[in-house]
Design a binder for this molecule. Structure first.
Ligand code: PEP
Ligand code: MN
Length: 387
């Protein structure tokens, strides 16, 4: 197994930090490998069973949370607010759709961010998430520091401890499996079934910027027994989507693979149909989920990265239209939201305007829906499920 892991990780890996001291990375990774995995194979298999129901059209996936979790934000107040919001949205969805809902948080590990540019607006090395460097606008703070991976582990462990209590215990966790120096040491073979489990979260996905077919991230995901996802942007081809299905779901297990379309409201109706048809023709039952956030990002007149609730709603409607026309199951949504009172996305019931964005813009990365916007999207999704 170790040989297969090394082989996968020898492939080119996009979006890895320029660590200044590779020897220190090796010693941190070795330390992480000595710690217990954060999630158990039993929990992961529990999610696998629920994802299989989603793939068969018997349930609906609700995945979401912060774009980028921070270490400072890992307070009971913030984690609790996000988890409560996730569960409120799940209740709205379950009630309105008549389907059981599978809540999966972007929680307890969403600390690494892919970036389009190596340099930010101030000319500083870009912030890559708390697991790599600090968002503080200072060149020193932006130097990638591998010791942050141990802080990520501790923060995730404490977050999971909170989520395993009482009313949050039905929530599974997920993040983008981006930082391979963190993901690799947390791998573990379960002696029970002999399979390899990613120990950092129940569900791991590959982002739009790291899904190269010959790259390390796809090869890494191939090795896992966890349910895995791939984000599909507007330039996805039907043939490439089918390749992901064959590579990442070789045993044709319903719910093993989630394909998360994030095409933008202007493209989803054109691009998605042929992709869905081609994947269905492979005979696999994947989960089709819609991320209506990442294809609809724009810059406000005052320079804030934002998204409009109307565009988010429109992409969701397009996603459901495509699946209804093809007779496939629109199985889930993937959203960025928070339970905190922020003004990061435009529109919604409170009609957040461009001038209000600066009021409470707290995200260190992408703009999130606030509670009322998130509940509005949950209500719309429930209505689309019923149609
Ligand atoms: C994200 O989910 O925060 C993200 C970066 O998405 P994508 O890979 O789809 O751009
Ligand atoms: Mn994001």
């Amino acid at each position: 197994m170790a040989g297969r892991i090394s082989e996968a990780l020898r492939r080119p890996a996009a979006q890895q930090p320029p660590w200044p001291d590779p020897e220190q990375v090796r010693s941190v990774s070795a330390f992480l490998a000595s710690l217990p995995p954060l999630v158990t194979p039993d929990e992961i298999r529990g999610l696998r069973a629920r994802m299989a129901r989603v793939a068969r059209g018997e349930a609906f996936l609700l995945q979401g949370g912060d774009c980028a979790e921070t270490f400072a934000g890992a307070t009971p107040a913030h984690i609790g607010a996000n988890a409560v919001t996730l569960l409120r949205m799940a209740a709205v969805l379950a009630e309105g759709s008549g389907l059981p809902v599978v809540p999966v948080g972007r929680l307890a590990g969403q600390y690494a961010k892919p970036r389009s540019d190596g340099v930010d607006g101030l000319g500083l090395p870009v912030y890559r998430g708390d697991i790599v460097n600090s968002a503080a606008p200072d060149p020193e703070a932006r130097v990638p520091d591998p010791v942050r991976m141990t802080e990520a582990y501790r923060t995730a462990r404490d977050t999971l401890a909170l989520l395993r209590t009482g009313r949050f215990s039905g929530i599974h966790t997920s993040h983008e499996a981006l930082l391979l120096d963190y993901e690799r040491p947390l791998l573990a073979v379960d002696p029970g079934d002999g399979r390899l489990y990613g120990g950092s979260a129940h569900f791991l996905w590959i982002g739009e910027r790291t899904r190269q077919l010959d790259g390390a991230h796809v090869a890494f995901a191939e090795l896992l027994a966890n349910p895995v996802g791939v984000k599909l942007g507007p330039d996805i081809t039907p043939a490439l989507a089918a390749e992901y299905a064959e590579r990442l779901d070789p045993r044709a297990e319903p719910g093993r693979l989630t394909l998360i379309s994030r095409m933008g409201s202007a493209r989803v109706r054109d691009v998605l149909p042929a992709v869905v048809e081609r994947v269905a023709a492979t005979g696999r039952q994947v989960v089709w989920s819609c991320d209506p956030m990442h294809g609809n990002t724009r810059t406000s007149s005052l320079g804030y990265k934002t998204r409009h609730v109307d565009d988010i709603a429109d992409e969701l409607e397009g996603f459901f239209e495509v699946h209804r026309a093809l007779g496939t199951h629109p199985g889930g949504v993937h959203l960025e939201f928070t339970g905190d009172r922020v003004t990061e996305c435009l529109g919604g019931p409170g009609e957040v305007t461009e001038h209000e964005l600066g009021g409470r813009y707290e995200s260190t990365c992408d703009p999130r829906l606030n509670v009322e916007q998130a509940l509005e999207i949950a209500r719309l999704t429930a209505e689309l499920c019923r149609r």
